[in-house]
Ligand binder design. Sequence first.
Ligand code: FAD
Length: 466
Amino acid sequence: VCDFEPGAIVSDACASYNTLEQLNEATHPYLHSLTQNTDFFSHYRLSLYSKKCPFWDDENGMCGNVACAVNTLDNEDDIPPVWRAKELGKLEGPTASHPGKKQQKEHKRNPLQGGLGEKVDESCVVEYDDECDDRDYCVPEDESATAKGDYVSLVDNPERFTGYSGVGANQVWEAIYRENCFSKAPKNNLGQSSVQSPFGGAPPLGGFGSQQQLKAANELRNVMKEQGLQQNVKSAIAKGSSTPLHDPVDFDDTCLEKRVFYRVVSGMHASISTHLCWDNLNQATGEWKPNLACYEHRLHKFPDRISNIYFNYALILRAVAKIKRHITDFSYCSEDPEQDLRTKNSVIRLASALPDGPEIFDETVMFRDPDAIALKEDFRNRFRNVSRIMDCVGCDKCRLWGKLQTNGYGTALKVLFEFDPEDSSKDPPLRRTELVALINTMHRLSHSLSAIKEFRHMIEERDGVP
Ligand code: FAD
């Protein structure tokens, strides 16, 4: 059962975790090459500084900015110099100026150059990035028509430990999880879609019927066995999440869609934690290296968080697979034909390594109940709010990667729930920034899976597990 079976329906945790790890091995080199070696995918445009936090007044030191985070490092004798946290969170390298004007002019001369599929005339044409669509799951980066944003090199500004923490960071996470408090439980939430999971084998986050509970227990047990964990399965399932900061969801009475919302957010949080533990600064020696204690403290003790990373990987993978044709037809127009060809070849290799069907993640089981339209709108609005909250992150580098990953998940949700596989003529446009965010978010998750595997080996070696 645990063997990797391409094309098989993933029906249990063992197969799904293995399958995802196998897929990760197969796709990681292409993702790595795309995100590190191509101009198109290694740069991102966003409004990094121009938007104010719309939810609270960060002028009053309530949360979220660098000063706020630094203020929480009270005991100056025990901590790295204050400047360090600030410096680590800063952006490095060129934040290139907006290249849009030249390309826009070129586009006006040759408006058919490049395109996302047949219907969407867009590629390097940045002015179209500003367009807003009701079906977006994120606030477009250029919501304010005046701000064109900054281009940032993602390679020069890797996501890693920055020292951003304390009240500011906590308040942002808390606000994000608060979005999960859907005010009105949809009727019929014990209906068919409530008990199916789009992610075949992932442990559900709560009990919902004895059979499911048993299955969840087995799945969690499998995950924990893989990770050598000793945690009590029953209590993990009963709690759904053992986190004290937020307790937004009563998982016993939660429909599938709300659980998915929670898992996306928690998986993103866990993935960010994995990266900052992997690329961690030993503040005593100044050395950058994986920090096992950080991993154990933030992730290893919480199998649900790890399972949410896998869940997100499956979700993103499915979304990328769904737009295979779009991305392989896309014109990457870097003005360097050789590089364009390399980019295209890597994209084609990545796309051909992805399974075609919904065997990894089946989004069609969601939003099927009678309340689906309202629920979907609620879901979409809440996710948009998560993207707005990113303007409250008080560390430049964290805000950059927080915004990018939120946009990546938002794009995946848009592709999954708004794109029609039968008739693409009414599909919403896919912006260049969305494509870059989607592929980079997949790469971030891929990196998380690899880092978790390495951390597990480190624990096994330390504990003398054969
Ligand atoms: P936090 O990670 O802040 O978590 C707060 C609480 O949430 C925990 O105590 C726990 O109760 C709960 N929780 C934790 N993880 C999960 C989960 N996966 N699912 C459910 N609940 C959970 N720091 C960096 O060094 N580098 C970065 O690039 C970076 N990017 C960030 C991006 C964003 C958007 C935000 C908001 C913060 C970022 N940070 C980054 C800060 C980092 O995420 C932590 O907030 C910080 O390291 C402090 O950690 P903590 O131990 O207080 O717990």
